[in-house]
Each structure stands twice: as structure tokens, then as C-alpha cells.
Design a protein around this ligand. Sequence first.
Ligand SMILES: Cc1cc2nc3c(=O)[nH]c(=O)nc-3n(C[C@H](O)[C@H](O)[C@H](O)COP(=O)(O)OP(=O)(O)OC[C@H]3O[C@@H](n4cnc5c(N)ncnc54)[C@H](O)[C@@H]3O)c2cc1C
Length: 389
Amino acid sequence: MKSLLSAKNESINLVVGAGFSGAVIAERIANALDEKVVIIDKNNYIGGLASDYMTRSGIRVNKFGHHVFHTDKKFIWDYVNSFSNFCPVSQKTFAVIDGIKVSIPVNISTLHILFPESLAKKMEYKLLNLFSYNSEVSVDELRKFNDTDLQFLADYISDKLVFPYSAKLWQDFMPEIERKQFPYAFIRISNDSRLYTTKYQGIPKKGYIDLMENMLKNHNIELCLNTDYNYMISKNFKRIFFTGSIDDCFNYKFGMLQYKSVKMQFENIENPAQERRLLVKYPQDFDFSAEHNFVTNDAGISAKEYWTDYIYGENERAFPVLNKQNCELYNKYFDYAKSFNKIYFFGRQGNFNTCSMADAVEQALNLFDNLYGNSSSNYMVDSVVDNCR
Ligand SMILES: Cc1cc2nc3c(=O)[nH]c(=O)nc-3n(C[C@H](O)[C@H](O)[C@H](O)COP(=O)(O)OP(=O)(O)OC[C@H]3O[C@@H](n4cnc5c(N)ncnc54)[C@H](O)[C@@H]3O)c2cc1C
């Protein structure tokens, strides 16, 4: 088949990045508008941070740790389910605090494991009296009460979980990072021990790569892996949808945005545990931050998650460093980008913000709607559904 790149580029859309953001916009343009799309990725795989693979022993492993698709929005759930069946998953996450493995985010049952029963009961009583059941109360909110038990609880969650865990990620940047970037800084007023409490949550039955392959299955789409945007920069496309980092798009003209990266160290588990999707965080111990287990009945892989500096060309941009300096730099690039017609930045890197997979899907769908005036609740993907079920 003749490559689209040899055709007249003015009629072709370029999508940079084949993660969730790029795959959604490419799918929409190809299916709903019947326009040509070239989608490129600098890596030799699609899926971006959500990428996964199957080992020879039949274990599906996420390259960058467990990924659960979660949303409260039905139209997003319906959209992704039209490309793959999903298995329902309630991801449970544990943290080892003072040597005790407890479920996080901290909830009422966590208190009964961490503290002597009399103290746990006292705290439970106070929390249930002050806050509505099923709500999530931040440690800052707890501190507002003139109550020694609640102050103690707030300090305990901060000192033993939130701060040490965040410090492992942000390292030298820690003092500059806004507190809202620190995970798990709240208590759940219930016994709900799931990581996510959204209405819809699950993982694609055949994995994320399969889901995105189904999205990209269209005669209008050409996928080019191992292809950096540099290679396309001189070509004239109809529109460019850029889901990489905005500084990269402009050849670091004003300087480089900082990110943290993530490195997974995989090893086989000799005697796989029963918990198939075990995820344990280690705020206090070890130099790795978490351990992910991917296990079938008789085989297992364990992945230790390390947080490292992002180094250009060596690893992936996983977490934008949201300090004042980087936010100003991002805004400078964003203002500069306004002088260019028909180039759009979105996604985790394009927006220089953390987001979930569902957020990435929603941003891409919204962008499509804004540009082409479709309605978010009515995606015409029936023909694709038939292909992949
Ligand atoms: C450790 C970890 C765990 C997570 N767990 C969850 C979870 O459980 N649930 C959840 O909802 N979300 C989770 N997320 C977030 C989720 O992975 C991302 O938000 C989502 O995948 C972002 O999709 P994206 O397409 O915007 O970006 P990405 O997945 O980063 O894709 C961007 C793509 O662009 C490509 N690219 C960049 N620059 C160029 C260039 N110059 N030329 C060509 N290609 C380029 C990259 O190679 C990449 O493939 C997690 C993230 C991390 C880091």
C-alpha cells in the first residue's frame, strides 16, 4: 500500500503520539470525518504510558505499572467499551506503614489496623459524627478542628504516608511542589478500600494495546512507529495534533520543561501469590516506591517501580514537575503556539499536567467536538465495535 506520506500532505492530519490522547483524536478524524490521518510515535510501540504486553507464560504486564481505566462519565465508558470488552476490576492498593500492610487511601478500617482499638474507635466515632458517610476529608480539613485525636490523625497520615511517598517522587523538587500534587492526603469516611470509587472501572480484556489497535483500525489511518516529530517538521499537514511535550515541538526554543520518569524493574515470581493484581506502596522503606504483581494461576511477574529524573532520549516523561518555573515556561510556549495555525496541544504532556486515561480520552473527544462541532454523547463507532468483539 502506498504510504499516505507520499500523498499531498495538505489533506492529511498529523497526530504526534500514539497514546490514549493521540489514538482517540486519530480515530475520531478517520471514522467520523472520513479524513486521512498519519499517527506517529517515537517509540516502537503504541499505547504510551498505558502500553502493555503479554509474556510467553500468558501474563499481561503493563510497561509502567497497573493501569485501571476509571470514570464516572457514561459517555467515556461507552466510548472505550466500543473498542474492547472490559473486565471489571476493583484495584486495591496497600501501603506498608511502620511495617504494617494497610489498605490506602486511608479509610475507617485502616485505622483499626494501625491503631490500638480504643483509639481507632474514638477516631471512628468522631469522624462519623463530623463528616458525612462516604465523603473524603483532606488532612488539612482535619487539622482545622481543635481536637487532639484528629490533629494526630492528620499528622500521622502526612508524616508516615503522604510526605515520604511524595518525597520519593519529587526528590529535590519537593519544596517547590504544590501540596495538591501529593497523593493520599485524605481519609475516606467509609470502609471502601478500593483505589478508585468511580462508577465505571476496569481493564480491557485483551489489554490496552489491543484496545488502541482497534481504535486505529481504519483505512484512513497510517501508523508510523519509531518516528519522531523532527522527521515531520518540514512537511505541511492539514492539522497537527500534538500529544508530546510542547517544548519538544518547538525544539526547546525557550528551554526544557522538567519531568520525572518512572522505571520498572521486572522479575519472575517463583511462587505466585493468590492476589493477581497486588499493588503495594512503600512510602518509608526501600529505594523503590511500589511493587506491582501481575499473576496468573501458575506464573507471576513482579515489577518494582522506581522514580527517576527524566533524561531526554533515555526514558519517558511520566510526571510533569509542576513548580512555578515550569508552569511559567509552559505558558510561554503556549502563548508562542498561538501564533501557529492549526496545531493543537493536549494530553498529559501536551497540557503539561497529570491526568488519568479517562481524562485523556475526554480531552481528545472535547477537542474534536470543539473543532468539528459533534456532540460528546453520540459517537458513531458501531462499525468498529463489530470488528473487535
Ligand atoms: C506509573 C503510572 C501509573 C498510572 N496509572 C494509571 C491508572 O491506573 N489509571 C489511569 O487512568 N491513569 C493512570 N496513569 C496515567 C495514564 O497513563 C496517562 O494519563 C495516559 O496514558 C496519558 O495518555 P496520553 O496519550 O496523554 O500520553 P502518553 O501516554 O504519554 O502518550 C504520549 C505519546 O507521545 C509520544 N511522543 C512524545 N513526543 C513525541 C515526538 N516528539 N514524536 C513522536 N512521538 C512522541 C510518546 O512516545 C507517547 O507514546 C498512570 C501514569 C503513570 C506514570
